[in-house]
Ligand binder design. Structure first.
Ligand SMILES: *Cc1c(COP(=O)(O)O)cnc(C)c1O
Length: 233
C-alpha cells in the first residue's frame, strides 16, 4: 500500500504544479469503504491523514475497532437524517449535505453536543434525478439559510459528476463546479469559510485538480479494487 500511496501523492503533486499550486494545497481523502479496520490502519501507517466513509453503520463499526486512530475522519456518502446523531462528535467534516433539511438536522444535533460541525454542500452538478445534492441554482440560497446556524460552518462544495466517457466531458462538470465555487466564495457570511472544493476520484482526480479541486477522494487507487460479496438468494 505504501508505494500506491506514494504514487498517488506524486501524481497529485504533478497535477497541482501544472495548475500553479503545490501538493500541500490538495487534501487527499482516502475513501475507505468496504475495507476492514486493519486495512484502514495500514493506510494511516503509510501516510494517509484523512479517511472518508460513506456508510454510517460501517463507520461506527470501524470506529469502535479504532480503525481511524491518528487520522481525521470525514463522512462522504448519502446521509439519512435519522443517522446524523451517530456521526456528530466522530467526524471532522460532513461532505455530503445535499438539502437544507439535512443541514438543519446536523445543526440541531451539533448544537446538542455543543460543537460546530464543518460541512460541505453537495452539488448535483449533472442534474441527475437519482442523485443527492443541491442543483447549481439552489446553492446560493442554501448558503444563506444554513449560514444562520451557529453550530454549522460551511467550508465549501463537493460533487460527484455523472459517469463520463471522456476527460473533456468530465472536465466540463468540474469547471462548472469551480465557477460555482468561486461565485459563492466572494460573498461573506458568518459561519462560512469557502475553502474546499472536493471533487475527483481514482479515475479522474488529475482532471479534477486541473479544473480547481483542492480536495480529492480516492479509494480504488489506494486500497485496490473493492470486492463485493455476492449474496445468493
Ligand atoms: C467510493 C467513493 C470515492 C472513491 O472512489 P474510487 O473510484 O474508488 O476512488 C469517492 N467519493 C465517494 C463519495 C465515494 O463513495
Amino acid at each position: 500500500m505504501r508505494s500506491r500511496i506514494q504514487e498517488i501523492r506524486e501524481r497529485i503533486a504533478r497535477a497541482a504544479e501544472k495548475s500553479g499550486r503545490q501538493a500541500e494545497d490538495i487534501a487527499l481523502v482516502a475513501a475507505s469503504k468496504m475495507n476492514a479496520a486493519e486495512r484502514v490502519r495500514c493506510a494511516i501507517a503509510n501516510g494517509i491523514s484523512i479517511c472518508g466513509e460513506n456508510r454510517v453503520q460501517e463507520l461506527v463499526e470501524k470506529w469502535e475497532q479504532n480503525a481511524y486512530q491518528g487520522a481525521d475522519l470525514q463522512f462522504i456518502g448519502a446521509l439519512q437524517t435519522n443517522k446524523v446523531k451517530y456521526l456528530i462528535g466522530k467526524v471532522s467534516l460532513i461532505q455530503s449535505v445535499g438539502s437544507i433539511r439535512l443541514g438543519e438536522i446536523i445543526a440541531k444535533e451539533a448544537e446538542k453536543q455543543k460543537i460546530q460541525q464543518d460541512i460541505l454542500l453537495e452539488v448535483n452538478i449533472g442534474r441527475e434525478p437519482a442523485k443527492n445534492g443541491f442543483l447549481k441554482e439552489e446553492v446560493n440560497e442554501a448558503i444563506a439559510r444554513l449560514s444562520e446556524k451557529k453550530s454549522l460552518r460551511i467550508c465549501g462544495l463537493m460533487a460527484i459528476p455523472p459517469i463520463s466517457d471522456t476527460p473533456t466531458e468530465i472536465a466540463r462538470y468540474f469547471t462548472e463546479m469551480r465557477e460555482l465555487f468561486i461565485d459563492n466564495s466572494t460573498k461573506t457570511y458568518d459561519n462560512v469559510n469557502m475553502a474546499r472544493l472536493s471533487m475527483g476520484m481514482t479515475n479522474d482526480f488529475e482532471t479534477a485538480i486541473a479544473c480547481g479541486a483542492n480536495m480529492v477522494r480516492i479509494g480504488t487507487a489506494i486500497f485496490g479494487a473493492r470486492t463485493y460479496q455476492i449474496v445468493s438468494p
